[in-house]
Design a protein around this ligand. Structure first.
Ligand SMILES: Nc1ncnc2c1ncn2[C@@H]1O[C@H](COP(=O)(O)OP(=O)(O)O)[C@@H](O)[C@H]1O
Ligand SMILES: [Mg+2]
Length: 358
């Protein structure tokens, strides 16, 4: 059981607070021209948030019942954690929204003391509400996992001190970096990566709104490359759109600098069938023509190796050899040298396959 201490939120009627500690607030002008689409298409209401049905329902119910606990939202980037808290604040505060929420980043380079002072400043001023909206304030603390243990302990004291008038929503990627004493004061929600269907649906919505020309191959390439991160999906969509009038699979891969599956397929074919010098020449040419990095190519090759029939021992040797090359590349070794290593790894594999067939 979470030690949440639900507070009944009294309805009061008083004056607005000036929210002096306010940092950057929430864009309220989603229609600005040339705005990044991640901002323009940030969900405005809880109903707009894709996926996470159970979480959204729970948060929706708690806010309707005025029983908002402190929250801890965690999970990978681009899954809607910040958007959920902001949408919730819109619902709680209506037009008073901007006065009632303080948005902070725990990794603020001015240090935790600045964060602490801003919270104290914000939380200790009287809060007031209008027309039946909540008068309990909300502090959104992003990147809470960047805080040291000491800072987290002092945050816990602040939370306790102001718990009557203020709710805290902590956001982080890694929940295990949050001290138990802080976790136990919050209701936790885990945001999973969005599944392909949700990303696709949300992208279609934006494609319609922006009247974009996107092929099915282009759409599925964006979904594939963003791996459940909606921020990434929107950034790829917008940058490809700026580079090319039609968003095709090719345009997406070109824009992100990722090798296309069919390029990897060709490279794998060369590696398995061509002589060392031809393979070297063809791959080098393709790398130059498409601006590909060897490390990105090597990362994709195992997918194709898994489709080729070969004894498991040989497959494992090859995968290990690729991992070694990837590792060396990560430390900045010469690409040409490592391309040679890649081709030799396949030459060894081919020799082993011939030997195994005898
Ligand atoms: N679940 C979601 N539903 C709809 N849009 C989303 C969702 N998650 C992320 N996005 C999009 O990605 C952007 C970044 O989302 P955000 O809530 O800041 O993610 P997080 O805080 O989890 O990193 C949002 O502006 C929105 O456009
Ligand atoms: Mg966020």
């Amino acid at each position: 059981m979470e030690d949440t201490a639900f507070m009944e939120i009294d309805e009061q009627f008083s004056l607005p607070n000036l929210n002096r500690g306010k940092e950057k607030i929430v864009n309220d002008a989603p229609d600005k021209k040339n705005a990044p689409w991640v901002e323009k298409y940030r969900p405005q209401s809880l109903a707009d948030v894709a996926a996470h049905k159970d979480i959204i329902e729970t948060i929706d119910r708690l806010t309707s019942e005025n029983r908002l606990p402190h929250l801890l939202l965690y999970g990978p980037p681009g899954t809607g954690k910040t958007s959920t808290v902001l949408a919730m604040a819109r619902k709680l505060y209506g037009s008073q929204y901007q006065n009632m929420i303080l948005e902070l980043n725990a990794s603020d380079d001015r240090g935790i003391d600045v964060v602490r002072m801003q919270i104290q400043d914000f939380a200790s001023t009287q809060s007031f509400s209008f027309s039946g909206k909540s008068n309990v304030k909300l502090v959104l603390l992003d990147e809470a996992d960047a805080m040291t243990k000491d800072a987290q302990f002092s945050l816990r004291r602040i939370i306790e001190k102001y718990t009557k008038s203020t709710r805290f929503a902590l956001i982080c990627n890694y929940v295990h970096k949050i001290i138990p004493a802080l976790q136990s004061r919050c209701t936790r929600f885990r945001f999973a990566p969005l599944d392909a269907a949700n990303v696709t649906q949300r992208l279609r919505h934006i494609i319609n709104a922006e009247q974009l020309d996107v092929t099915e191959g282009g759409l599925s390439a964006i979904v594939r490359l963003s791996s459940g991160d909606m921020r990434k999906a929107l950034n790829i969509l917008q940058s490809t759109q700026m580079a090319s009038p039609q968003i095709t699979e090719e345009a997406v891969y070109l824009c992100t600098g990722n090798p296309m599956p069919k390029d990897i397929e060709r490279i794998s074919f060369w590696l398995l069938n061509e002589s060392f010098s031809n393979a070297y020449l063809y791959i080098s040419e393709m790398k130059t023509a498409k601006g590909l990095a060897l490390v990105d190519i090597i990362r994709e090759i195992p997918m194709f190796i898994f489709n080729i029939k070969m004894p498991e021992t040989i497959r494992v040797q090859l995968i290990n050899a690729l991992a070694d090359i990837e590792y060396r590349l990560a430390f900045g070794t010469n690409e040409k040298l490592q391309l040679g290593s890649l081709i030799s790894a396949f030459t060894h594999t081919r020799a082993a396959l011939v030997a195994a067939a005898k």
